[in-house]
Structure formats: structure tokens, C-alpha cells
Design a protein around this ligand. Structure first.
Ligand code: ATP
Ligand code: MG
Length: 609
């Protein structure tokens, strides 16, 4: 049935929503595609649902083509499985929790690894049943700290999540590759530009993972790429340490009085003034900056740690959280509060350092403070000589060498990544860009299968833990990205195959003729399977109708108006603004031609969604 503006449940708006920051949010709201129900929670109107379902269908078709079978889980789930995996705790404030009338704990699922694992455990028991790939397109809930930008970051959103089950790692590699290929087809069919980047697994756990990012300034993810083909989320970039330095003639570490030098900049000045080097001036990168942070353990315990990094770098807590020790997601890292630091009176703010010798360490689990000490990889560069605080106001220690003068409890990727830093694979200097994460694929391995005891019998009748993959597409987020990618200052410009209608017919002018002619054309187009949105409002002005057609963004517009008296209609291309006169008798054929040409450009076909 044609959509008719006279009866369509929609009200286009002139005003942007007050909280709107990005074009997709403004235009989807003004075009009556979505309405806000609560922060980060949206109601879908007929136009919005039409576009959403088309996106879902592309995702569904590609999943099925990749051999995955569709299932559907509840969003409301008991806490048990998530307690077993540890995520009931690690998600912290990130999920919606509730209790039933019997006081039992429930949650609104943020993602479904646990439940898929249990379902397979329920039904399967032999290696012969594997490999298996199953997926759902389903509503997820996350109590995001900053729901923003409309559908880009919701607290309720639609995700396609697929899971693979294999008997061994080689099988997992195959399943992962099949999904990766399917993702490429999905984003190509959606017409969304994407970059595939190495990523970190965060709270998900597991080994290899990649993200699909839509490159855009509105994105919250920073990624890096090189001309040589390296691409990674900034959280996954590993630091190139640099060649060993010759420290054979380095003097023993020596403690010096450095008045007024309690910042990196003042320390550089004081060092150049009092302890000038012969080879070159001191630089911030020679100084070891000490940043005190607090690790929050799953049981709530707050542990103060010291982080050492070159003085010209800032700490990037998101990178730290995704790296090494923290990758299990079982601990949070935050800047140490005054209260946390008050428990360590031996830490002298502004003059913190590892100590002066191995026998006399202050930082480190073995040191006198007992405060664990982690460093940026650059600190571990062989033979590098560092200047750090002397643990006494007004003093610093020079020529500190790791291994000779101090030890550390671990190495962490904690420093910010900067434009021009060398790529870890040697492919050149890094370029920084922003993007929106539209999908992520994980080799989970056995983490969930072990926690929830998913085992099958192998060929030799021995029990084997199943190895898993998990694969997510942000469906509603993809819709926002498609709107970001396809709009101008007047409104949306949908790719033909995703638009809420194939053609937007604008009937304008006095009397009943234009509407009657438009109705006739509508009926003919419909009989050919063309989806029509007809503006048949008798009282709306031409200006209002054209404005709405531009806002709603159907890429093909047919105007039945002034020219009708001369037997002419006008076919407009919303993308280019180009208008062509067509004789009334050819209008249907020419419209179908224009529509199908746009489908073909996208490698799509009318009727396939
Ligand atoms: P982000 O880092 O943006 O919070 P995530 O890494 O936590 O996302 P995943 O757990 O990898 O998200 O979820 C799979 C996909 O679901 C993401 O790639 C993204 O496209 C989508 N998604 C995640 N959170 C949201 C959200 N709050 N609103 C809309 N889509 C989301
Ligand atoms: Mg992700």
C-alpha cells in the first residue's frame, strides 16, 4: 500500500531536538523517523521502521548466506549465566538490573554470549554437531554513561549478534574469516565506507578481534592508519620501543637537588641550567613522568599504582584499560583520588620516582612503598637513561637505568598515541582519524565455554571445550551512520534501496486534477511493485510539500504540478537536485527507469529487501 502524506503517522518538524549534536539525530527526528522516549531510548515511527527493516534484511540475508541460522533470545534474562561468566560484576553500572517479585536478580541483556553458549550446551554434545553458526537481530540494553547523538549511542539499541562454535582453533579461524567476509558484504551493500582495524577485546575477553569503523568526525573512536596498510584502533596500538642504546659509560644513578622543579617543564629548565648535557639539551622525553592511578578490583578494592612514562606524553586511560593486565576487563583504572593517595604518605607529590638503586627501591611491589609500578614500553628501551623524582621534595635522580637501578611490576600501553608515531609493524608514521564502531568480530576462544561448561565429545570420545567466536553489528547505529553519510543541509538523501519509498510523488496545484493524476500514476507504479510515498495533502502549500520531500530524503521525486496542464511532469533527483520534464504518458516508465538505475548503481535490485 502506498504511503500517503495525508494519513501517514508522521509530523515533520522545523526545529531540531534540543539535545541534538549530529545531523543524523536532527534529521531523523525532524523527518519523523524516530521520537525520543527517554535519554538514549527511541520510539520507531512508520518511516523509521521501513528503513530499519531494510537494513536488518541486508544483515539477515548476509548472515544466512554465510551459513548462520537465525534464533531469537529474550532481552530479559536471569543473572545466573552472567554471574557464571563474571560479567554480572564486570559490567558494573553498564547494565540495567532488576528484580522479579521473588527478589531474584535479572538483567536486560547488553549482549548474549552466555545465553548462546548455554543453548548450544543444551542441545549439542558431539563434535559431529559442529561447526555451528547462529545469530539474532535483537534489542540490547546498556546503561551508557553518555547516551548521545540519537541512534549513534543508545541505551536501547538493535544489534545483530552472531556466534560460532568449533571444535578447535583452526575451525574458529575459518568461522571468523567467513563472518569477516560477510561483514564486508554487509557494509558494501549498506553503502557505508568502513575501515577494518585491529582492536582490543575489553570486557568481552578472548584473543583476536577487529572492529569495522565508519570514518567520521562524529565518531568516538580514534584509530590510526599508515600508508603501508596498518590500521588499528588507538586502544590496540602497540609501542615501538626503539633500538638499544649504549649505556656502558653511564654514570651510577645520582640524586641531585633540583629546586622549584616539580613539573616536567620546570625540571627540563632546571636540568639544562644546573646539569647541562654535552651531547644535546635535556628534553621532556628524557624525564620519567609518574602518574598515580587507582585500580578498582572486582571486589571493589582500590589499589593505588604508579605509572611511569616519558615526560612528553600524557596517560590515555582508555588505552591502559584495553591493554595487558587490564584486558580481562575485571578491573577499572582511574586517576588516583586525594583520598586514595592519603593512604600513601610516603608518596611525595611532584617528586615521585622509583628510588635510587635496586637495594633502595621506593616504588614497586618489592619497594618500600609497596605501590605497584608499571611503565610505558619506552621506559624499557635497553640502555635508556631516565630522570625521575627523588622521593623527597626538591630532589631528582639522574641516569636511572631499568634493570640496573630499578625494576618494574609490568609494562602497560598507557601513553597517548600521537600523529607521526611509528607504526608497530614498521609500515611508517601513524595518521590519526576518527570513526564510529559499526561492528566488531571476536575470536572468543574458550572463555565462555569454560565458564559455562560447554563441552562436546571429540573423535576419540574425549570431552573437549568448544571454541567460540562472537560477531556484532550495530544495526540502529548503522542507520544513523547511513544518515550521516547521506544528507545535505535540507535533509536526508537515502540510498535508493534503503529509502522508505522508491519514489516520493508530490502532487501540487489547484483543483482536483493533480491529485487525481498522481493517484493514477501511484496505482500503476504500485502494480509494478514500486513503493510509493504520495503527498496528497489537499491543503499543504507547494513549499511545504517540497520542503518535506527534501527532508524525508526519498532519492527519486516525481512532481505532478504546474506542468500537468501541458502534459508534463517533473522527475527530480534528490541527490543532485537535477530536474527533468517527462511527458505524462511516459511518467511511469521514466520513473521506474530512474529508480532502477539508482538501484543498479548500488548493485541492488528492487524487491530484494
Ligand atoms: P562502543 O565502544 O561504541 O561502546 P562496544 O565495543 O561496547 O561499542 P560491542 O559490544 O562490540 O560494542 O557491540 C557490537 C556493536 O553494537 C558495536 O560495534 C556497535 O556497532 C553496536 N553498539 C554498541 N553499543 C551501542 C550503543 N550504545 N548504541 C548503538 N549501538 C551500539
Ligand atoms: Mg566493540
Amino acid at each position: 500500500m502506498a504511503l500517503r502524506m495525508s494519513t501517514l503517522f508522521a509530523r515533520t518538524l522545523k526545529e531540531d531536538p534540543v539535545d541534538a549534536e549530529v545531523a543524523s539525530h536532527k534529521l531523523l527526528h525532524r523527518g519523523s523517523y524516530i521520537r525520543r522516549a527517554a535519554p538514549g531510548i527511541y520510539t520507531w515511527l512508520p518511516l523509521g521502521l521501513e528503513v530499519l527493516r531494510r537494513i536488518e534484511n541486508i544483515v539477515r540475508q548476509e548472515m544466512v548466506a554465510a551459513g548462520s541460522q537465525e534464533v531469537h533470545f529474550p532481552a530479559l534474562l536471569p543473572a545466573g549465566p552472567y554471574e557464571a561468566s563474571g560479567r554480572w560484576e564486570t559490567y558494573g553500572d553498564g547494565i540495567f538490573r532488576l528484580k522479579d517479585r521473588k527478589e531474584a536478580d535479572y538483567l536486560l541483556a547488553p549482549t548474549h554470549e552466555e545465553l548462546f553458549t548455554l543453548l548450544v550446551k543444551d542441545l549439542y554434545s558431539s563434535y559431529k554437531d559442529l561447526p555451528l553458526s547462529i545469530f539474532q537481530i535483537q534489542t540490547k540494553y546498556r546503561d551508557e554513561a553518555r547516551p548521545r547523538a540519537g541512534l549513534l549511542r543508545g541505551r536501547e539499541f538493535i544489534m545483530k549478534d552472531a556466534y560460532s562454535f568449533n571444535i578447535d582453533d583452526a575451525g574458529l579461524d575459518d568461522s571468523y574469516q567467513i563472518m569477516r567476509d560477510a561483514y564486508i558484504r554487509i557494509y558494501e551493500r549498506l553503502g557505508l565506507p568502513y575501515v577494518i582495524v585491529e582492536a582490543t577485546s575489553g570486557a568481552m575477553g578472548g584473543s583476536g578481534t577487529e572492529e569495522f569503523l565508519y570514518p567520521s568526525e562524529v565518531g568516538e573512536d580514534t584509530y590510526v592508519r599508515t600508508a603501508g596498510g596498518y590500521a588499528a584502533n588507538v586502544e590496540a596500538v602497540t609501542t615501538l620501543i626503539g633500538e638499544p642504546l649504549d649505556a656502558s659509560d653511564a654514570p651510577a644513578a645520582h640524586k641531585e637537588t633540583t629546586p622549584e622543579a616539580n613539573t616536567i617543564a620546570s625540571l627540563v629548565d632546571v636540568s639544562n641550567e644546573l646539569f647541562a648535557r654535552e651531547d644535546r639539551p635535556w628534553e621532556a622525553a628524557d624525564m620519567m613522568k609518574l602518574v598515580m592511578c587507582t585500580l578498582v578490583h572486582p571486589d571493589g578494592r582500590r589499589e593505588v599504582i604508579a605509572i611511569g612514562l616519558p615526560g612528553d606524553r600524557e596517560v590515555d586511560l582508555d588505552r591502559a584499560a584495553g591493554s595487558g593486565m587490564l584486558s580481562s576487563g575485571e578491573i577499572d583504572l582511574e586517576p588516583a583520588s586525594a583520598e586514595d593517595l592519603a593512604k600513601h604518605p610516603d608518596i611525595v607529590a611532584g617528586y615521585i620516582g622509583p628510588g635510587t638503586s635496586l637495594e633502595d627501591q621506593v616504588l614497586g611491589a618489592e619497594g618500600s612503598s609497596g605501590v605497584r609500578f608499571f611503565v610505558d614500553p619506552r621506559i624499557t628501551r635497553e640502555g635508556s637513561r631516565w630522570v625521575a623524582g627523588g622521593n623527597e621534595a626538591g630532589t631528582h635522580v639522574y641516569d636511572l637505568i631499568l634493570g640496573r637501578d630499578f625494576t618494574v611490576d609490568g609494562v602497560l600501553e598507557v601513553a597517548e598515541v600521537r600523529e607521526g608515531d611509528p607504526a608497530p609493524d614498521g609500515s611508517g608514521p601513524l595518521e590519526l582519524a576518527r570513526g564510529v564502531e559499526i561492528g566488531q568480530i571476536f575470536k572468543l576462544g574458550t572463555r565462555y565455554a569454560e565458564a559455562l561448561d560447554l563441552k562436546v565429545l571429540d573423535e576419540n570420545g574425549k570431552t573437549q571445550v568448544v571454541t567460540m567466536g562472537s560477531y556484532g553489528v550495530g544495526v540502529t547505529r548503522a542507520m544513523a551512520c547511513i544518515a550521516e553519510e547521506n544528507h545535505d543541509d535540507k535533509g536526508l538523501i537515502w540510498p535508493q534501496h534503503l529509502a522508505p519509498a522508491d519514489v516520493h510523488i508530490v502532487a501540487t496545484g489547484k483543483g482536483a486534477e493533480p491529485i487525481e493524476a498522481a493517484e493514477k500514476i501511484t496505482a500503476e507504479l504500485e502494480s509494478m511493485g514500486v513503493r510509493v510515498l504520495l503527498d496528497d495533502r489537499p491543503k499543504a502549500s507547494p513549499g511545504v510539500k517540497f520542503g518535506d520531500a527534501e527532508l524525508l530524503g526519498v532519492p527519486t521525486i516525481l512532481v505532478v504540478g504546474r506542468g500537468l496542464a501541458d502534459g508534463k511532469l517533473e522527475l527530480r533527483d534528490r541527490r543532485t537536485g537535477e530536474a527533468t520534464d517527462v511527458p505524462v504518458e511516459d511518467a511511469v516508465a521514466r520513473t521506474v527507469e530512474a529508480i532502477d538505475a539508482k538501484y543498479a548503481e548500488l548493485g541492488a535490485k528492487r524487491g530484494e529487501l
